[in-house]
Design a protein. Structure first.
Length: 465
């Protein structure tokens, strides 16, 4: 080794017979480390001059990550694991449409994914914005009447709808900005706003008016820092589907207030009452960032394939560099799975109409069962029947119950779980105290068993006459 070193350029003058060289040879034979290296490795705890090491371990966590707080988890962790061990747990809480075997992705979807995985041509990185064929298929499927057709460049592929929402909020999250969110509403909106430093402000949904937006309230919430209006249609947690006339009125207010719209349309077309109208179809000029995914309508939440479509006919978002910013955000994660993107054109174009119709028929049957059973139970009120998605909000009439069981919706849900092993989400998870949310994606036989227990619970805790 010493000979080799001596032959390196600039090393010819090294005296390999010196005491230093002899010491080096000894260390090489014994494995001993020089004092400076030993000190750096912490072997003697001191520096070259014998002084104690000044730098100490100082591992810290990121403030934004540490500040993440999911209201559902905060509330449900208080009652989790407290179900009655003598009764089978039935969850009407989790918004997963695949929890029961009657709702599954269609054969066309499965075959398309299998073909792309086994075909061996979709294993590499894709463009950060998403593969061209996937974006073209989304643009074709989600163009709306009254707007110029979407182009592939208007589509951004994401890891599910959650990332799509995060990208939209992040792209508009100028310092000091605020955003208008629905109340009741999906709690992830607030989580993402807090993470991106955006102040959430809430507009109300009207329970006895189809959970429609209180449009008259919007102007009172807006200031020069309001960056967007977020609309969820069809709705989680309310099951509302907004009529076209209502959406047009709300979008007219947005135009007057110069507010871009973030449209959470992950339940697009999942309606069995009021026909679905996309936000972008309700106005020809208001800029709309619409988010969707395979998770709900296509019954594949675990596939984590979502997208953003940018409806910006007037170029308002383009002038603000919003599409460029969305692309930068997509460059962080490099997009969703390549095989799933490759399968998407066949999924969107090839899934038969009959499959969609059967899914909606099953959901409608379960929704009617849920509403009927709720209205038969003293102490419950369904203010508006669900028209779509897979959720129903139920009001708890506090005066109908005794013993403090209905003092608040969290206590009600916790006691129901403890006695009957039925899980529902308290309304506080959605900024709707006094309510609870039911997921009606289960088949009617499961719902009937669950409501038999719920009814027994409510009659057992009814207020004394």
């Amino acid at each position: 080794l010493e000979v080799a070193i001596s032959r390196l350029p600039g090393m010819a003058s090294v005296d390999t017979t010196s005491e230093d060289a002899a010491a080096s040879r000894k260390r090489a034979r014994t494995g001993a480390a020089p004092a400076a290296l030993a000190a750096a490795a912490g072997q003697d705890g001191a520096g070259a001059n014998g002084a104690k090491r000044a730098r100490m371990w100082n591992v810290r966590i990121g403030e934004r990550a540490a500040g993440i707080l999911n209201p559902i988890r905060e509330i449900m962790d208080k009652i989790a694991g407290k179900e009655n061990p003598r009764k089978r747990l039935i969850s009407l809480a989790q918004g997963d449409p695949t929890a029961y075997p009657h709702l599954r992705p269609g054969d066309v979807m499965v075959r398309a994914v299998v073909a792309t995985v086994t075909g061996g041509v979709s294993n590499g990185y894709q463009p950060s914005q998403g593969s061209g064929p996937a974006r073209a298929a989304v643009a074709e499927a989600f163009s709306v009447h009254g707007r110029p057709p979407l182009k592939p460049s208007d589509v951004f592929m994401t890891l599910g709808c959650s990332e799509a929402l995060s990208h939209c909020i992040a792209a508009l999250a100028a310092r000091g900005s605020n955003i208008l969110l629905p109340r009741p509403g999906f709690c992830l909106y607030e989580v993402l706003c807090n993470y991106h430093g955006v102040e959430p402000r809430y507009y109300d949904l009207l329970p006895h008016q189809g959970w429609q937006i209180d449009a008259s309230q919007l102007a009172t919430l807006v200031d020069e820092n309001t960056c967007a209006l977020l609309i969820n249609n069809p709705s989680n947690p309310c099951g509302a589907v907004y009529p076209g006339a209502h959406l047009k009125a709300v979008l007219a207010v947005a135009e007057e207030l110069c507010l871009p719209v973030i449209a959470d349309e992950v339940y697009a077309e999942m309606t069995f009452g009021e026909p679905y109208v996309a936000c972008a179809a309700a106005s020809s000029s208001v800029p709309v960032l619409s988010v969707c995914a395979l998770s709900k309508r296509w019954l594949a939440p675990g596939w984590r394939l979502g997208w953003i479509t940018v409806h910006d006919a007037e170029g308002i978002l383009a002038r603000a560099a919003v599409p460029e910013t969305l692309l930068k955000l997509c460059q962080v994660s490099l997009g969703p799975s390549a095989p799933l993107q490759a399968a998407l054109p066949q999924i969107l174009r090839g899934t038969p109409k009959e499959w969609y119709e059967k899914v909606l028929k099953d959901l409608e049957e379960s929704a009617k069962c849920c509403v009927r059973r709720c209205r038969e139970i003293p102490g419950f009120e369904v203010c508006t029947e669900p028209q779509g998605s897979m959720y129903c909000m139920v009001r708890i009439k506090k005066e109908a119950f005794g013993g403090g069981v209905a003092d608040n919706d969290v206590d009600f849900a916790g006691q129901l779980l403890a006695e009957e092993s039925i899980a529902v989400l308290p309304g506080q998870c959605f900024n709707a105290p006094g309510f609870f949310r039911v997921v009606f994606a289960a088949p009617p036989e499961v719902l009937n068993e669950a409501f038999d227990r719920i009814e027994s619970f409510c009659r057992r805790h009814a207020a004394k006459a």
